[in-house]
Write a protein that binds this ligand. Structure first.
Ligand code: SAH
Length: 227
């Protein structure tokens, strides 16, 4: 089967899995996942599975990307913060569904690779920097939407602080090495917070930076479990 045929099969699988948001499906159809996948895994670019991207990190399975993106309910007027740029695939999908994506990644070479891929695809509404995701991006806050693509032992408080009124954050929460809860944290217009569990997921850990800056984070190595 060709990559194009695999892609059509994947979109059907996503529909069957309950992804009904046509804008999300269209964004996934438009972004070439093979562009974000290492050479050795090209033939698996449209399989519904996680793939390694170096540094012990992983590109999430398409169903997880679709589920998180759908849960985020982003639109073209919105400023989105992404924590954990990795390959840049999720960033690319979000760039088609928002005004601008701000992305934070701890590994400089992953970030550089991601930026090159996004530029090659002419996706320009993205600003990325190397940094500690636990801190968010206070200079650009508040955000309409925040997506965290690594698992935190608890909902990162500083990210909640950077969520504007009516904002939504999607974040995997739980211990590394076993299933975590994918949570949606919503801030209502009065500032109140609501939390709901969407499903179980497996992500690499949102690593705590040394130097005590990553408030509340349990230590973690970059070579954790697969997303
Ligand atoms: N969204 C990515 C998947 C990334 S895997 C994709 O589509 O490819 C998780 C990413 O989070 C990794 O790139 C990892 O380096 C990054 N990460 C982990 N802890 C972090 C932290 N504290 N700050 C910033 N990035 C972090």
């Amino acid at each position: 089967m060709s990559l194009a045929a695999h892609k059509i099969r994947l979109i059907m699988q996503l529909r069957q899995a309950g992804i009904a948001d046509t804008a999300v499906l269209a964004a996934i159809e438009r972004i070439p996942r093979e562009h974000f996948v290492p050479e050795a895994f090209q033939d698996q670019a449209y399989e519904n599975r996680t793939l390694p991207i170096g540094h012990g990190q992983t590109l999430s399975a398409p169903e997880v990307v679709a589920t998180m993106t759908q849960a985020l309910k982003a639109d073209r007027r919105m400023k989105v913060l992404e924590i954990g740029m990795g390959s840049g695939y999720q960033t690319a999908v979000l760039s088609r569904l928002s005004r601008r994506v701000y992305s934070v990644e701890r590994y400089r070479d992953l970030l550089r690779g991601a930026e090159e891929r996004l530029l090659a695809l002419r996706l320009h509404n993205i600003t990325a920097r190397v940094g500690d995701g636990w801190q968010g991006w206070p200079e650009q806050a508040p955000f309409h939407r925040i997506i965290v693509t690594a698992a935190a032992p608890e909902v990162p408080a500083k990210l909640v602080d950077q969520l504007g009124p009516g904002g939504i954050m999607v974040v995997p929460v739980g211990a590394q090495g076993r299933e975590q809860d994918l949570l949606r944290v919503s801030r209502d217009d009065e500032g109140g917070l609501h939390e709901e569990r969407l499903c179980g997921v497996r992500f690499v850990p949102l690593v705590a930076f040394s130097g005590g800056q990553a408030g509340g984070a349990a230590g973690g190595s970059a070579s954790g479990s697969l997303a």
